[in-house]
Write a protein that binds this ligand. Structure first.
Ligand SMILES: [Zn+2]
Length: 344
């Protein structure tokens, strides 16, 4: 039986020697180890051998197997190296050619105002100790609604014109879909933001797009109050706009917060006298926010008697519009170099 193993190994080695692709080598190895005429078949017969033979066959089989596998690897890397050399020889790319001179740096492009705002917003929250979370665009109904205290058939679901996909999945209508997962970590104090794309089936106009980027944040710990919420958001706005921003709070309704609030800022375009952006009101809603509803905490297994927290969310394009006084948000996605060039 040992001689059978040796002759199998010698044949496989010779085949590998003459193989020209690594796929062919893999096939030879498969055949050598296989149960049809290969090592596998020989090993099946070991149990019927006398004891002294058994002691010889097992170790010899392993020795031949290891030797052949390492030979196959060597041959494969030799083949790969030869292929690379051949490719380099036929390539017309000349790495010694000098680079292009007189490159016009202005033609290189730059970041859109929207991207600048997104980066800046994330940096401000990172400075305040917030972790940045990311998640999928397609989520299930529970993550988007159920966990956030939108009961089935609740009219609040109508506020979100939702794109449904198949089998109970949908395109997330807000980045609050991660709240449940963040709360489940119970890694207190929780300070997290989730920037990301959201999808709502709405007609586009100067302030709305069917795809928009939202940044949502939550803070949860013991003794968190609405004072923390207001102070955090005012500090954030001051950093973003690089000036003191006048704010006011109004009540608002969102199923996942109680009380729900709307943070408004004094219009930075018209300074209160009224313009198209603020619809002539002088104030603009920028952030829905509020104290996280006890049901949302309970859904994630957090005790609302012990912990409290706040949540906020805002559309990044709205802030970008305010910061750069852009009247129509569609301009930011239109890729018009004349428009984008102003911000470089
Ligand atoms: Zn205004």
């Amino acid at each position: 039986m040992v001689s059978q193993i040796l002759s199998l190994a010698a044949k496989a080695k010779a085949d590998i020697e003459s193989a020209t692709t690594s796929e062919a080598i893999d096939d030879i190895i498969k055949g050598f180890l296989g149960k049809n005429g290969g090592l596998g078949e020989i090993l099946k017969g070991i149990k019927d051998l006398p004891d002294d033979q058994k002691k010889l066959v097992g170790p010899e089989a392993n020795k031949q197997k290891d030797a052949l596998l390492s030979f196959a690897e060597q041959k494969k890397s030799a083949l790969a190296e030869a292929a690379l050399t051949a490719a380099l020889e036929t390539s017309t790319f000349d790495p010694t050619m000098p680079g292009k001179k007189n490159l016009n740096l202005e033609q290189l492009g730059g970041l859109s105002p929207f991207t600048r705002m997104a980066d800046k917003a994330v940096r401000v929250f990172e400075k305040l100790g917030f972790a940045v979370w990311d998640g999928g665009d397609i989520v299930n109904d529970f993550e988007n609604f159920g966990a956030l205290n939108f009961p089935d058939d609740h009219p609040a679901r109508e506020m979100h014109d939702t794109f449904y996909v198949e089998q109970g999945y949908l395109l997330r209508t807000h980045t609050s879909t991660l709240q449940y997962h963040i709360l489940k970590t119970k890694d207190f104090p929780i300070r997290a933001i989730v920037p990301g794309k959201c999808f709502r089936n709405e007609a586009t106009d100067a302030r709305h797009e069917a795809i928009f980027t939202q940044l949502e944040g939550i803070v949860v710990d013991t003794n968190i109050t609405v004072t923390h919420l207001i102070a955090t958001l005012e500090l954030f706005l001051k950093e973003i706009f690089e000036e003191d921003v006048k704010t006011r709070i109004r009540p608002g309704y969102f199923p996942f917060v109680e009380p729900g609030l709307e943070l408004e800022i004094h219009c930075l375009v018209c300074h209160g006298s009224g313009c198209r952006l603020c619809k002539g009101l002088g104030w603009i809603e920028v952030m829905p926010c509020g104290m996280i509803h006890p049901n949302v905490l309970k859904n994630a297994g957090v005790d609302p008697e012990k912990y409290s927290g706040f949540a906020f969310g805002f559309g990044l394009s709205r802030l970008t519009q305010l910061k750069y006084a852009i009247a129509d948000c569609r301009l930011m996605y239109a890729d018009d170099p004349k428009f984008l060039g102003q911000f470089q």
